[in-house]
Design a protein around this ligand. Structure first.
Ligand code: SAM
Length: 194
């Protein structure tokens, strides 16, 4: 099932709305990470630069074949070989990776959808103990030029509450400011680092 309010505007417009290097730096996405999973690649806005930063494989998916095709095309053009991108309904079929197999799992601009606790629980399930679930979302601010309706747009404290309900993860540091329009949350899966 396609998550509510998860359609995309034109690619060029969407990509004006983020400072991608700043977001990845502040979330700590770098070569210290091996395998990473992502839900909803969209145009590959984050997928491609993340695949270029990490040491392992990035596994991503989207329910829309056009988004999978565009992300795959951009990765190929960039010479990326550590990306696995497939069409998939992550809500019903999961993220396509084994339990406890990932250093991080990314939920970017997605937790306004139905069943956020289920998505957070699945993200926590696929990361190893000590691994990270990394969330970004639109600020709850009517000045934002885009983003889901404010009635379904979660504030940071709502996401933290959902994460606690999902269990297995706890906040890892303060809420991050990701200007111009986003915030970020780092969650850490319970258990020892490996
Ligand atoms: C708002 S966009 C965000 C894309 C990307 N994460 C980003 O921040 O640029 C949400 C994406 O999730 C995809 N999506 C919606 N429901 C999904 C589902 N059930 N399984 C996988 N992808 C889904 C949409 O097609 C869309 O490309």
């Amino acid at each position: 099932m396609k998550l509510r309010d998860s359609g995309m505007p034109a690619e060029a417009y969407w990509e004006m709305l983020f400072d991608v290097p700043l977001i990845l730096d502040r979330l700590g996405i770098d070569a210290q990470l091996a395998d990473v999973a992502e839900l909803g690649c969209g145009y590959g806005t984050f997928t491609v630069p993340i695949a270029q930063r990490i040491a392992g494989t990035l596994t991503t998916c989207d329910i829309e074949g056009t988004m999978v095709a565009r992300t795959t095309q951009r990765a190929r053009q960039a010479g990326i070989t550590n990306l696995h991108c497939e069409q998939r309904d992550a809500l019903t079929d999961g993220f396509g990776v084994a339990p406890s197999s990932q250093d991080a799992c990314l939920l970017f601009n997605i937790l306004h959808g139905e069943e956020p606790v289920k998505l957070l629980a699945e993200a926590a399930r696929v990361v190893r103990p000590g691994g990270a679930v990394l969330v970004i979302h639109w600020r709850h601010d009517p000045a934002t030029p885009r983003g889901p309706g404010l009635d379904i747009r979660p504030r940071p404290e709502q996401i933290i509450e959902w994460a606690l309900q999902a269990q297995q993860v706890e906040p890892d540091g303060p809420v991050l400011d990701l200007p111009p329009w986003h915030y970020g949350i780092r969650l850490r899966r319970w258990g020892n680092c490996s």
